[in-house]
Design a protein around this ligand. Structure first.
Ligand SMILES: *Cc1c(COP(=O)(O)O)cnc(C)c1O
Length: 379
C-alpha cells in the first residue's frame, strides 16, 4: 500500500544532496546558490508519467482541491456536489471557497452513484467532485454524460487511487482537473503535498499563479519585479518534499505490482458467496485496499481477528467518522446528513483490508483462509 513502508536510504540521500548543493529549500529564485529546481523537476515527472499536459505540485491534496475549485471559478453561493463516502477535505475545500457542499450517495462501487447524482443537480450546481475512494475508479462514463448535459465542470479527487486506471488512462487525468495527495498515508508520499493535474492551459496558469501569491513567474523579470493580476495565497511545495517525492515516484510501479499480487490472491481465494466491492467496468484499481460486505455479527468476528494479527482495517470501519458525511454535522446542513444515511448503512457492512507490501503473500494467504473459516462458521 503506502510509500511510507519503503522509505529508505534513497530518500535520505536525496534530501542530503539538497544540502550539499547549497541548501536552497525554496522552489523559486536564488539562482546563484542552487544547482537545480526540484519542484519544477517533479512537475515534469508527474506530467510525463500521467501522460497529462500540466502537473503542479502544491502544499497538500486539500489545498490542491481548493485551488482547482478557484480555477474553475467557484464562488460564494455556488453548489458543489461530492459523495457521502469521502474524506472531509473535499467538503472543507468547498466551504473554504464560500460554496455549499451537496452530498450524493455511493453505490456498491463505494463511489458516487450516478442515479443519485442526477437528482441533486440544481441551477446553482457548478462542479462535481467524484472521489476515487480506497484505490478504485468512479463510473466516469455516466458522471461525464451528466456533467456535459448540464455544463458542469468535474474535479476528480484522486488522492486515494494514484496509479489506478479508467479506460487505460491514469486516474486523475480523466476530468477537467485531477487531484493527487502525497500525505504520509498515501500510495507515495513526501510527508505532506499534493498535485494538480490538467490538460487545460488556462486552469494550469491560474493554479500556478494562485498557489504562489499571484506570481506570474515571468522569465523576463526577477522574482522581486514579477507581475501579478490575481489575489493568490501561499500553497507552495518545498524542495525537500519534491526531492523525496521524486524518489518515491521511482518506486510507484513496484508498489503497484506488489499490491496487485496480494490483492489478486485475496480476490481469488475469498469465499465465492461473500459480496465484494463492485469494480467499475473498464477500470483498474491501484489494488491498495480489498473490500467486501458482510452482516454485522460476522463483521465483528472478522474485525476481531484482523486486530489480533495486527493488520487491522483501512478506514472501514476504524476511521469511518472522517470518511462518511453522515458524521459531518459540523460542516454540512441536515439535508446533506439525510442524503448520507444510505451510504452510512452500506459502509456499516463493509470491511476494508489494507494491502501492505511489507507483508508477504503467505501472510495474506493465511488471512483469507481464516476469513473464510470465520465466514463458514458464523454466516
Ligand atoms: C488524503 C485525502 C485528501 C487530502 O489530501 P491531503 O494531502 O492530506 O491534504 C483529499 N481527499 C481524499 C479522498 C483523501 O484521501
Amino acid at each position: 500500500m503506502p510509500g511510507y513502508e519503503i522509505i529508505d536510504n534513497k530518500e535520505k540521500k536525496a534530501v542530503s544532496k539538497i544540502f550539499d548543493e547549497g541548501a536552497v529549500l525554496f522552489a523559486h529564485g536564488f539562482p546563484n546558490i542552487r544547482k537545480k529546481y526540484y519542484v519544477r523537476e517533479l512537475e515534469q515527472k508527474f506530467s510525463s508519467l500521467m501522460k497529462c499536459k500540466y502537473a503542479l505540485p502544491v502544499a497538500s491534496g486539500t489545498a490542491a482541491i481548493k485551488i482547482a475549485l478557484k480555477a474553475i471559478g467557484i464562488k460564494p453561493g455556488d453548489e458543489v456536489i461530492t459523495q457521502a463516502f469521502n474524506f472531509v477535505a473535499t467538503v472543507e475545500a468547498i466551504i473554504d471557497c464560500g460554496a455549499k457542499p451537496i452530498i450524493v450517495g455511493v453505490d456498491n462501487s463505494l463511489n458516487i452513484c450516478p442515479l443519485d447524482l442526477i437528482t441533486k443537480i440544481t441551477k446553482k450546481t457548478k462542479a462535481i467532485i467524484p472521489v476515487n475512494m480506497l484505490g478504485a475508479s468512479c463510473n466516469f462514463k455516466e458522471i461525464k454524460k451528466i456533467a456535459i448535459k448540464h455544463k458542469i465542470r468535474i474535479i476528480e479527487d484522486n488522492c486515494e487511487a494514484f496509479m489506478g486506471k479508467y479506460e487505460k488512462r491514469y486516474l486523475g487525468t480523466i476530468c477537467d482537473i485531477g487531484i493527487l495527495s502525497l500525505d504520509y498515508g498515501k500510495f507515495i508520499t513526501s510527508g505532506e503535498g499534493g498535485v494538480i493535474l490538467t490538460n487545460n492551459k488556462k486552469y494550469y496558469k491560474f493554479c500556478k499563479q494562485y498557489h504562489d501569491h499571484g506570481h506570474e513567474n515571468s522569465p523576463k523579470y526577477s522574482r522581486g519585479n514579477d507581475n501579478r493580476k490575481i489575489v493568490g495565497f501561499n500553497y507552495r511545495m518545498t524542495e525537500l518534499q519534491a526531492t523525496i517525492c521524486i524518489e518515491q515516484l521511482k518506486k510507484a510501479k513496484l508498489i503497484l505490482k506488489k499490491n496487485k499480487e496480494r490483492y489478486k490472491l485475496l480476490d481469488k481465494k475469498i469465499n465465492k458467496n461473500i459480496n465484494k466491492r463492485l469494480i467499475i467496468e473498464n477500470s483498474e484499481p491501484n489494488y491498495d485496499t480489498f473490500i467486501f460486505y458482510v452482516k454485522k455479527s460476522l463483521k465483528l468476528k472478522i474485525i476481531k481477528y484482523l486486530k489480533k494479527i495486527k493488520l487491522g482495517t483501512k478506514n472501514l470501519p476504524d476511521a469511518i467518522k472522517w470518511h462518511c458525511s453522515y458524521y459531518w454535522g459540523h460542516a454540512v446542513d441536515k439535508k446533506q446528513i439525510r442524503n448520507s444515511v444510505r451510504t452510512k448503512n452500506l459502509l456499516t457492512s463493509a470491511i476494508a483490508i489494507p494491502i501492505l507490501i511489507n507483508k508477504n503473500l503467505k501472510f495474506y494467504n493465511s488471512v483469507v483462509l481464516e476469513i473464510n473459516k470465520i465466514y463458514e462458521k458464523y454466516r
